[in-house]
Design a protein around this ligand. Structure first.
Ligand SMILES: [Zn+2]
Length: 224
């Protein structure tokens, strides 16, 4: 019985502690961005066939964003294009592995390979690539400690665009919810090419609404 309780506590700590840390980070960023009247647009899972369109949209509003790229999809020309237009490139792992659903060494390897894919493209060592967004927003105690050890900054989000939700939200309603949750913060979009046009259009339409709002309200938009 005691052994069972100990095992449950260890497992709870292994998943629960990092979960609490990420939630605390979210709260901190939410407050910080709101007080500073700032916004950071982030695009995960790219590059994709939509990257060019996203870049054009951002250019039109002169806003810089952060692209959390998946290492296995990295292509030199696309990353060069993203960076040459003033956006930040950061890591989202290599194979988009959920750290909660794999062995610790698999997640560890995925983090390393994700950074290496960007290093290879830019010839820069790991210590210059400090931003990491965990796939599915999940880290374990093991990967959290590894990232801290490597001094990598973990980036969560404060507002999810909802573009990967099973049921795509209504653009106007989601925009309203964004405004009601302060209209600032770290916004999560996905640079994914979806088979259905409706979902691709949702990303462009909501993103444009956010960009217009940022411009109207003079919110400071920044890459991370
Ligand atoms: Zn992702």
């Amino acid at each position: 019985m005691i052994i069972c309780i100990i095992i449950i506590c260890i497992i709870g700590f292994y998943f629960g502690f990092p979960w609490c840390i990420l939630k605390a980070m979210r709260y901190r960023d939410s407050l910080g961005f709101s007080r500073g009247n700032k916004i950071a647009l982030t695009f995960d899972d790219g590059p994709s066939r939509n990257t060019d369109k996203i870049l054009s949209l951002l250019d039109r509003y002169s806003v810089k964003a952060t692209f959390f790229v998946t290492g296995s999809k990295v292509k030199r020309d696309v990353l060069e294009k993203i960076q040459s237009r003033g956006h930040a490139v950061a890591s989202h792992g290599y194979d988009h592995v959920n750290h909660w659903k794999c062995f610790p060494w698999r997640a560890w390897k995925d983090i390393q390979l994700g950074f290496k894919a960007i290093e290879d493209f830019n010839n820069r060592p790991l210590d210059q690539w400090r931003l990491f967004r965990p796939p599915y927003g999940k880290v374990t105690l093991f990967t959290l400690l590894y990232l801290w050890f490597k001094r990598v900054k973990i980036v969560y989000w404060t507002f999810d665009s909802g573009d990967t939700w099973e049921n795509i939200p209504d653009v106007d309603s989601r925009m309203e919810e964004f405004i009601q949750t302060s209209g600032t913060g770290i916004v999560l979009f996905h640079d994914l090419y979806y088979p259905d046009t409706e979902r691709n259009n949702y990303v462009f339409e909501l993103c444009e609404k956010v960009l217009k709002y940022v411009q109207e309200k003079q919110i400071k938009a920044t890459a991370l």
